[in-house]
Ligand binder design. Structure first.
Ligand SMILES: NC(=O)c1ccc[n+]([C@@H]2O[C@H](COP(=O)([O-])OP(=O)(O)OC[C@H]3O[C@@H](n4cnc5c(N)ncnc54)[C@H](OP(=O)(O)O)[C@@H]3O)[C@@H](O)[C@H]2O)c1
Length: 328
């Protein structure tokens, strides 16, 4: 099939899940440096909620989604390293993954190795590349470290906890329920704190014998961030990489001095994967840990792509665990 009419989830105004609409779209021919791909699976991510609700403004009307897997149908001028039929995936792209087919800058695509199927790829690219930069670049986790990870049973959470464990770290994870605690334990967390009932600062202090941790990976934001700083050892790194509970209030930088010369960063995958060479190196590390079995990717929920609104509602309501794939 060539550039026939296909379908996509799009939104014409920002708001709740109800603004997502299933529409006919005409995907044209790929331009300079572009490829047209047909999706076989699409990844769901919390960032899709920020885009849909306007926390990260998109130009409207807009497509949605930055993670997917599929097959190349056609390449535009200047694309030499891809050809029709290639299996590809991506996790750091312009919006538009919630679609049967799309145009995409070819330099965002990664050829999928045998041994990584399409659904697995759609479940791991954005979350796994994020994990790569967080634990291998933002703060390089090493054997013997004890680290703190919030939302440990979530999409990024289950990947990061396994990968950090594989690097030899002791992983302390926080979750909101007993069921999620079991899941986090089965995926590399040595200690799990139910932060909705327990004081995680106190528990981290007990678990580490008062030493605290050199890094906290905090994607929850508003509800956790200030307390996360209290879990850090002197010179510790607070990697605030999300805002699932809302945005963190402006911070008095003097607090970083008082709490032990701390570092705070607000990193994004967009920055770390901006250059093609970095994206490829990060993806190769991800493929290696997945192919070796050190990090197991489980698709824990699937929804039909046209039911994306339901998937968004469940993700926002903390009903999902691990990765979620939208099937095309
Ligand atoms: N900066 C980057 O480069 C980057 C890249 C990827 C993802 N992220 C961020 O990483 C986080 C995880 O993304 P994900 O797609 O894997 O999502 P996820 O972790 O599967 O889902 C979010 C989780 O956050 C926890 N949470 C705590 N308070 C919440 C609240 N008020 N509302 C909703 N959830 C709440 C929930 O776990 P509990 O029920 O256990 O609390 C929930 O399951 C998101 O904040 C996302 O924006 C950032």
């Amino acid at each position: 099939m060539t550039h026939a009419t296909t379908h996509a989830i799009r939104f014409h105004k920002t708001g709740g899940p109800e603004v997502l609409v299933w529409e006919e779209v005409n995907v044209g021919k790929p331009g300079q440096g572009e490829a047209r791909i047909r999706h076989t699976a699409v990844g769901l991510n919390f960032v899709d909620i920020y885009n849909r609700s306007g926390v990260y403004p998109a130009s409207l009307p807009s497509g949605l989604g930055s993670e997917g897997a599929g097959v190349v149908e056609e390449v535009g001028p200047g694309v030499t390293d891809l050809k029709p039929g290639d299996r590809v995936a991506y996790g750091a792209s312009p919006l538009g993954a919630y679609s049967e087919a799309r145009l995409i800058p070819a330099d965002r695509l990664l050829k999928l190795p045998d041994g990584v199927d399409d659904k697995t790829a759609a479940a791991m690219m954005l979350k796994g590349l994020t994990t790569q930069y967080l634990i291998r670049q933002t703060y390089r986790v090493k054997a013997g470290d004890t680290i703190l990870l919030h939302a440990a049973a979530g999409g990024v959470g289950l990947i990061l906890s396994q990968w950090a464990k594989h690097l030899g770290a002791t992983v302390i994870g926080t979750v909101s329920s007993d069921e999620k605690a079991k899941l986090a334990k089965a995926h590399g967390c040595d200690h799990v704190i139910i932060y909705t009932h327990e004081d995680f600062v106190k528990r981290v202090d007990e678990i580490t014998g008062g030493k605290k941790v050199p890094v906290v990976y905090d994607s929850v934001g508003k509800d956790t961030f200030l307390k996360s700083l209290d879990c850090l050892a002197p010179l510790g790194v607070a990697a605030l990489f999300g805002a699932s509970s809302g945005a963190v209030e402006p911070l008095n930088l003097g607090l970083l001095a008082q709490k032990g010369s701390l570092y705070v960063t607000r990193p994004t995958l967009f920055t770390y994967a901006a250059k093609r060479e970095n994206l490829v190196a990060m993806a190769n590390e991800l493929f290696d840990v997945v192919k070796s079995g050190a990090v197991k990717i489980e698709v824990r929920q699937t929804y039909a792509l046209k039911d994306a609104a339901k998937a968004h509602a469940d993700l926002a309501a903390r009903k999902t665990t691990g990765s979620t794939v939208l099937t095309v």
